[in-house]
Design a protein around this ligand. Structure first.
Ligand code: NAG
Ligand code: NAG
Ligand code: NAG
Ligand code: NAG
Ligand code: NAG
Ligand code: NAG
Ligand code: NAG
Ligand code: NAG
Ligand code: NAG
Length: 748
């Protein structure tokens, strides 16, 4: 595009020159061209100098002119380098002072290159046109130079997850156009800078919507001057630092706030009483500090989805605060060890979106009553170690209820399932596979549409989702749908996405391994990958509202399958992709491992699966199967020739798929989960029920299942390969029976 413009421009110049001088020939034209381009050699030389010692640069980076010869990841305007986007390609090297010569540079995205090291050169401040500086998930170190304050056009500054040390430069307060400020997950120390008449500070950032400072070692008090009524902040994240003192009441002045996290600091004193002025707030997370006195009245916070006040030093509440029953939007209430006393009203459980309530280690007493109108979204009620004396819950309840160490459980309730010391469910199942995966060559992955490809992979990290992990499935389904619709609309060659098991890490962040599959080809080319990476790193893609601020930590993507690659490169690329796939699998496995281990053990010990479904408190109902039948392990063993390799028709992270023949001659495909991919019996039951209910021309019909001898297998109608690929498109089902979005199948 730019090249074309340059060529046209030169052509016009040539024509013009020809018109003016009758004796002009082609040679003059060429000379003129060289002359016109001369100043740009400086800029080009700068890019060459900057990247001279870098490793793993794109193959296309040859020739003298980055603009003329179409270097991938570089765009130009008037032969000057305007953008450099080289995310997640395993670049190695350092940023040198040569950077400053790229004086027209507007966008620099080098995110997710863990091989980029060294400190930021202080003359970075000379990039006066820079709007976007994205250097997250690299390995930069040293302090953040004060000169970043000179980047007056800067809109987006993201240094998340490097090894920066030293203070937050006060000069950042000079960035009057800044919209996104993310310095989290570094080793920054010192206090939060605010202006004082002579020196600038963060309070001057009146256009900034995002303050992301979590996971550093910031200390000292939160200056009251940090928050002003003319600010437009929506996300204020100071979690996982070392802040002391109290939360200033000025926080209540920033009415635009949607997410507030000050958890995991050493904050103390009473909470400001005007927090409820934050009527747009969705997430208020103040847990794991040392706040005292009473929890303030939060009446009016009608948009509050997630409230976490756990592990503080509040005074005994002397009854349940009345405002507790007024926050209609709550999905997640975490009030562990908050000195709550009194009887929880049944009304509290009737908030329509309520999913998770954790109020362990309090003094809730009297009768625990759910009434008839409790939220159908309920997933977990953890009231471990309270003073509850009686319980009224209808027989068909479907959520996990934990009441161990309550007087009720020491007495008459002792043998009830919810009185046993259950583990909190650890991660959420997302099972985005509907089709029988095809066998893929060792380094490819079967996409949700069962095409083998090299996906762009990484972890989607949510720092303040408004939903809870356990109620997450429907939200994850929404995210998948949103990604699959939005990315192609942004002209990206994306076919489908796979979101595997989400889990919460110990910083309170929700982690979701994500794989994005290419359309058209089985891999992304470099340009496609850079564009995709930038759409995620620049936050051009906005997820549905409940996801809050996200960050995408990408794995290196090196499979470009270009024809230019020598066989040697091919080998290296293959190995690299193998590694990143292995990493993806390990990530998923880590999310699963703990929980699955327990489940496998459980599954192995059970004779009758339905009994175990009973003891899980699912309600004791056997799966409502529509036309699907139960197979014993032996039956399937026989019909697959003892699961012989010859009968294997595909495999994936979950296990293998076998072809088999039933006694009546029907050909079937058996999906056999391997250890480590077994689901809980409740999930397995849900899956079977769903699959047996769904009949659609684009879906493979479920013939039956086997849940026997610790095995979980799904038996499908067999469809010959070609048809299989073609028919099995789409994997979200909007059920006619009002189930909403549901995952079907069992992947990773
Ligand atoms: C403002 O802060 C700067 C840097 O922290 C300090 O050097 C200066 O003395 C302060 N000025 C006033 C008036 O407090
Ligand atoms: C946090 O502050 C305390 C004292 O206030 C100090 O002992 C501790 O080392 C600090 N932790 C970190 C990680 O800086
Ligand atoms: C909180 O809001 C109320 C009513 O909207 C207002 O009267 C009060 O001044 C506000 N408080 C603060 C500290 O902004
Ligand atoms: C409360 O503290 C305990 C013990 O430190 C910890 O295990 C638990 O996860 C904390 N709860 C929350 C909700 O942060
Ligand atoms: C429950 O706790 C409240 C508040 O501490 C107290 O007033 C009430 O008497 C207790 N109820 C029972 C049944 O113990
Ligand atoms: C049980 O809860 C009380 C607060 O009601 C707390 O003091 C105690 O430490 C908790 N017990 C355990 C074992 O966590
Ligand atoms: C790279 O992929 C993009 C997007 O699919 C496509 O438009 C472009 O033509 C491809 N480039 C090459 C060199 O194949
Ligand atoms: C970067 O993202 C912002 C929104 O976060 C968007 O307005 C802007 O256009 C994006 N930049 C580019 C170059 O796409
Ligand atoms: C990244 O590059 C280094 C060498 O620069 C190489 O050893 C490593 O295997 C590469 N990793 C990937 C995932 O390509």
């Amino acid at each position: 595009m730019m090249d074309l413009r340059t060529v046209l421009f030169l052509a016009l110049v040539c024509i013009h020159v020809q018109e003016m001088a009758a004796d002009t020939n082609d040679r003059d034209c060429e000379n003129f061209e060289v002359m016109l381009k001369a100043p740009n050699f400086v800029a080009d030389a700068a890019l060459k100098a900057l990247t001279r010692d870098w490793g793993n640069l794109p193959n296309s980076w040859t020739g003298v002119d980055p603009c003329g010869s179409r270097w991938e990841g570089v765009t130009c305007s008037d032969s000057r380098v305007i953008t450099i986007t080289l995310s997640s390609m395993n670049l190695t090297g350092e940023l040198t002072g040569d950077l400053a010569s790229l004086s027209e540079l507007e966008i620099l995205d080098l995110s997710s290159n863990k091989g980029l090291t060294g400190s930021l050169p202080s003359n970075i401040g000379q990039l006066s046109k820079l709007t976007t500086l994205i250097l997250y998930n690299c390995d930069f170190s040293g302090s953040i130079p004060d000169s970043v304050g000179s980047l007056k056009q800067l809109v987006h500054l993201s240094l998340y997850s490097n090894r920066f040390i030293g203070p937050v430069p006060a000069s950042i307060g000079d960035l009057k156009n800044l919209y996104w400020l993310d310095l989290s997950n570094n080793q920054l120390t010192g206090s939060i800078p605010v202006s004082n008449g002579t020196a600038p500070g963060l309070d001057l950032l009146v256009k900034t919507k995002h303050f992301h400072f979590g996971m550093n070692q910031l200390s000292g008090p939160i200056p009251p001057g940090l928050f002003r009524p003319d600010m437009v902040l929506i996300h204020v994240l100071f979690d996982n630092n070392n802040l002391t003192g109290s939360i200033p009441s000025t926080l209540g002045l920033v009415k635009t706030l949607e997410t507030v996290r000050f958890d995991r600091n050493q904050l103390s004193g009473p909470l400001p009483t005007n927090l409820n002025n934050l009527t747009n707030c969705n997430e208020l997370v103040l847990s794991n500090n040392a706040f005292t006195d009473f929890i303030p009245d939060l009446t009016g916070m009608n948009n509050l989805n997630r409230l976490d006040m756990s592990n503080n030093s509040f005074s005994p509440s002397d009854g349940i605060p009345p405002w507790f029953s007024t926050l209609q939007s709550l999905t997640t209430v975490m009030m562990e060890r908050t000195e709550l006393e009194g009887e929880l009203p049944a009304k509290f459980f009737s908030f329509p979106q309520l999913e998770t309530v954790v109020m362990r280690n309090n003094r809730l007493n009297g009768t625990l009553e759910f009434g008839n109108s409790y939220s159908r979204q309920l997933q977990l009620i953890d009231l471990h170690n309270n003073s509850i004396e009686s319980v009224k819950v209808s027989a068909g309840y479907k959520f996990t209820l934990m009441l161990a160490d309550n007087p009720f459980c020491r007495g008459i309730g002792a043998n009830l399932p919810y009185c046993s010391n259950q583990e909190q469910p650890g991660s959420m199942d997302t099972s985005p596979e509907l089709c029988v995966p095809l066998p893929c060559s060792s380094d490819q992955i079967s996409s949700p549409k069962c095409k083998c490809a090299f996906p762009y992979t990484g972890t989607f990290i949510l720092r303040a989702p408004s939903f809870s992990l356990l109620g997450g499935q429907i939200h994850i389904a929404k995210l998948k749908l949103s990604l699959e619709q939005t990315l192609p609309n942004l002209a990206l060659p994306v076919d489908s996405v796979l979101l595997t098991d989400a889990y919460e890490d110990n910083h309170g962040y929700l982690n979701m391994p994500l794989a994005i599959f290419p359309s058209r080809q089985n891999h992304f080319n470099r340009t496609g990958m850079f564009s995709l990476a930038f759409v995620l790193s620049n936050q051009t893609y906005k997820p549905p509202e409940e996801f809050g601020p996200y960050i995408f930590i990408a794995n290196s993507y090196t499979h470009f399958g270009g024809k230019k690659n020598s066989s040697r490169t091919g080998l290296i690329v293959g190995a690299a992709v193998g590694c990143s796939l292995l990493f993806l699998l390990l990530l998923s496995a880590a999310g699963y491992a703990y929980r699955q281990k327990k489940r496998v053990e459980k599954a192995k010990h059970q004779g009758n699966p339905f009994e175990s479904w009973d003891s899980h408190g699912v309600g004791g109902d056997i799966p409502a199967l529509k036309g699907a039948r139960f197979f014993t392990f032996e039956e399937l063993q026989i019909c697959t020739n003892n699961f012989s390799e010859g009968n294997s028709i595909g495999s994936g992270g979950y296990g293998k798929v076998y072809k088999g023949f039933l006694a009546d001659g029907q050909i079937i495909a058996i999906k056999r989960s391997q250890e480590g991919s077994l689901q809980g019996s409740r999930e397995f039951k849900n899956e079977i029920e769903l699959l047996s209910r769904v009949h659609h021309k684009n879906l493979v019909n479920l013939v039956g299942f086997c849940f026997d001898q610790g095995e979980q297998m799904l038996v499908y109608e067999f469809i010959p390969n070609g048809t299989l690929m073609d028919c099995l498109s789409g994997n979200l089902i909007l059920s006619q029976e009002g189930l909403g979005f549901s995952w079907i199948g069992n992947e990773e």
